[in-house]
Design a binder for this molecule. Structure first.
Ligand code: NDP
Length: 333
């Protein structure tokens, strides 16, 4: 499969170029950048044959079957629609778009065109989260009463660009991290949050966007979910906890891009560690995506998953801004 990179981004250079190239027969033929100079340099650094500054030129000129979109968030919608219209499979970064209706339009267009559309939610590919889900599914914690998500981190200096000062590009901790937590909770519980309450704050890290948020979600089953996301917590370890009628799972350092962490299951027999497979999250995600384009299975997070994680994040944003409980609007999905 021949891939084009839409966006000369850090996430592509840090993880996705290697993950794409880890698939049998995959090659990256072109990269799109708004800057000819940066695009050419990026292409040379990463061994990509061609760079383009115009998406239509790339779509008509570069040999490619699939695109990976990792530009800033406000660009995903128009770029995805153009790629889908050109018949390309699309793996799109989160959040899919700036609104649920735009995300819905992207996913609907892909469905109509018969191309495979997926959302790059990496956490559901983690060995840790796969092991936690397996424990929940086999009843190790009984009925789930609550989930607590600890995803407050220090945003690294090199990522402190548009994320901390550009709401028009999709900056802020809510579009950046709440989407991942929404996807991870949905992955574990197989249900969608109904409504949310939230508080957010801007501590001065950037300008014009929130850098910390806490929220509580109501689930259809009655389970309660609380989440904490931040760009300003240098020393808080991440974590994911599932508490049920028969046991509790406490996982630490698992809200991460790396295959690390530890999981403890505690029930009437006492605490014990849960083993997990420490594979590369993005390579697994790409493998499932690759198979889906060949008619085998489905991507780990598809387009509807991306719509739903965005819908939860936008509800959290509205709840934090208004101080009211907000019913999540999934746009009919
Ligand atoms: P970057 O800031 O690295 O890239 C976004 C855009 O910024 C690029 O498309 C590029 O524009 C431009 N850019 C990159 N480097 C420079 C530079 N040195 N000077 C000027 N402009 C530059 O963003 P990320 O890689 O962090 O995020 C991209 C997308 O991926 C976002 O949607 C984000 O939410 C998502 N993401 C997802 C992750 C995941 O694990 N699923 C993790 C991290 C990000 P151009 O293309 O025009 O050259």
């Amino acid at each position: 499969m021949r891939w084009a990179l839409i966006g000369a981004s850090r996430i592509a250079s840090s993880y996705m170029i290697d993950a794409i190239r880890a698939q049998d027969g995959a090659e990256i033929t072109a990269v799109l950048s708004s800057s000819a100079e940066r695009g050419a340099e990026y292409a040379q650094t990463h061994g990509v044959a061609q760079s383009y500054t115009d998406l239509d030129a790339l779509l008509s000129g570069a040999p490619c079957d699939a695109v990976y979109i990792s530009t800033t968030n406000e660009k995903h919608h128009a770029q995805a629609l153009a790629c889908i219209a050109a018949g390309k499979h699309v793996l799109c970064e989160k959040p899919l778009a700036m609104s649920v209706s735009d995300a819905n339009e992207m996913v609907t267009a892909a469905e109509d065109a018969g191309v495979v559309f997926a959302t790059n939610h990496h956490l559901r590919n983690a060995g840790t989260h796969l092991a936690i889900r397996e424990q929940i599914q086999k009843g190790a914690v009984g009925d789930v009463l609550s989930i607590r998500v600890f995803h407050a981190v220090q945003l690294p200096q090199d990522l402190q660009g548009w994320r901390i000062d550009n709401p028009e590009a999709g900056g802020g901790v809510i579009p950046d991290i709440v989407v991942h937590d929404a996807d991870t909770v949905r992955f574990h519980l197989d249900e969608d949050p109904v409504s949310v309450v939230a508080k957010a704050t801007a501590s001065g890290l950037g300008e014009g966007v929130e850098d910390s948020v806490m929220s509580v979600w109501t689930m259809p089953s009655g389970a309660m979910v609380m989440t904490h996301e931040s760009f300003t917590h240098a020393f808080a370890r991440t974590g994911f906890e599932v508490h049920g009628t028969r046991g509790s799972i406490v996982a630490r350092d698992v809200m991460t891009q790396r295959p690390v962490g530890e999981i403890t299951l505690t029930d009437a027999d006492g605490p014990r560690p849960i083993a997990f497979d420490a594979h590369n999250l993005y390579v697994r995600s790409l493998g499932l995506y690759y198979a889906a384009t060949r008619g085998q299975g489905r991507p780990s997070a598809d387009g509807v998953d991306g719509i739903k994680s965005l819908a939860v994040a936008l509800a959290v944003k509205e709840a934090a801004e208004t101080g009211r409980e907000v019913v999540v609007d999934y746009g009919g999905r």
